[in-house]
Design a protein around this ligand. Structure first.
Ligand SMILES: C[S@@+](CC[C@H](N)C(=O)[O-])C[C@H]1O[C@@H](n2cnc3c(N)ncnc32)[C@H](O)[C@@H]1O
Length: 317
């Protein structure tokens, strides 16, 4: 297994060398090919590779690679959000054409997985969800709003005003989502008041690209979220940790870790769910008398293929 691991790490280093020499990370045949090869190289989960135990040289490469992946992901979303936004001129609803986005199917699966896992820890449908780091293509909020949470409003936060402008035009033509999707331009670390109004807060994988920044974002959310509210995080496992930062239980001070789920199919991110300590254990978690939350349907058995590492279903503090 060791030599197989070394071989695959060498392949990743080779791809990193080519990617780090690219003039631009904006979508092009060459960029798409290299990142496509990188994702398929990192997808296999039948490996015992632990990136945290690699040499300093590989660790440095990994932290640079994660940043390059994040930059490329932002450009990819910008590119397709701009194309979709241009459909407005033809009086079309951009949300009817989301499948032009290369990773749309992955978001459909990730959204379903996160909804199923969240349902296992929720006695009520959250009336308001915050998504931190929503991007030009806020696909997580869109997938949840369209297919899983038809009565929930989504407040999307992004540091980049252009990302929010593109995202706003994406939903503007949709009779339903234009009324349930809201966008706020701010760094997560400056988002304070109002965060205690959300029963569920998502933190995008790309917010906090290294351990220190990720922990800082989590600590900030712990300070401002409502007691009992749920924090949904994205992490990475095995080779996929070359693409995204890892969230560990030790990063979640002030929270009770409820679930860690490592997909083994083509859903790249692992899902981590935690509940802010104190207060009630209902998902809406907030003293929101306006919250007409209804008992969620019977929590569906998670269907995505993967491995539940922790699943504290009781969710009691
Ligand atoms: C590219 S999106 C990926 C999320 C994806 N669209 C989804 O729906 O799951 C990640 C976004 O996080 C934003 N971001 C990064 N750091 C942030 C921070 N400190 N505060 C708020 N947004 C941040 C970036 O501007 C980027 O648009």
């Amino acid at each position: 297994m060791a030599c197989k691991n070394n071989l695959v790490v060498k392949q990743i280093i080779d791809l990193y060398d080519q990617i780090s020499k690219l003039e631009s990370l904006k979508p092009s045949k060459n960029v798409d090919t290299l990142f496509g090869q990188l994702v398929s190289t990192c997808l296999p989960t039948d490996t015992n590779i632990d990136v945290t135990k690699m040499s300093d040289e590989v660790k440095d490469m990994r932290s640079n690679l994660i940043k390059l992946c994040g930059e490329a992901e932002g450009y990819l979303e910008q590119h397709f959000a701009t194309i979709l936004g241009s459909l407005l001129q033809e009086d079309q609803n951009p949300l009817d054409h989301l499948n032009i986005f290369p990773y749309y199917n992955n978001y459909l699966k990730l959204g379903k997985l996160e909804f199923d896992l969240l349902s296992q820890h929720s006695s009520h449908v959250p009336s308001k969800i915050a998504f931190i780091g929503s991007g030009p293509m806020p696909l997580t909020s869109i997938v949840l709003a369209k297919f899983h949470l038809p009565n929930t409003t989504f407040h999307n936060f992004d540091i980049d005003s252009h990302a929010n402008a593109l995202a706003t035009s994406l939903v503007s033509r949709d009779p339903d989502l234009s009324k349930r999707m809201f966008f706020h331009t701010t760094d997560v670390l400056n988002a304070t008041e109002g965060l205690d109004q959300y029963g569920v807060v998502f933190l995008a994988a790309l917010v906090g690209m290294d351990k220190e920044a990720k922990v800082k974002a989590i600590e900030h959310l712990e300070k401002h979220m409502a007691h009992g509210a749920v924090l949904m995080l994205r992490s990475a496992h095995a080779l996929r940790a070359f693409l995204y930062p890892i969230v560990e239980s030790s990063d979640l001070k002030g929270f009770q870790l409820l679930t860690i789920f490592h997909p083994t199919d083509d859903v790249v991110n692992s899902v981590v769910i935690a509940r802010k300590l104190g207060g009630s254990t209902t998902t809406n978690g907030v003293n929101d008398t306006r919250d007409q939350s209804r008992p969620v349907g019977q929590a569906k058995e998670t269907v995505a293929s993967g491995r539940i590492i922790i699943n504290n279903i009781s969710g009691t503090n």
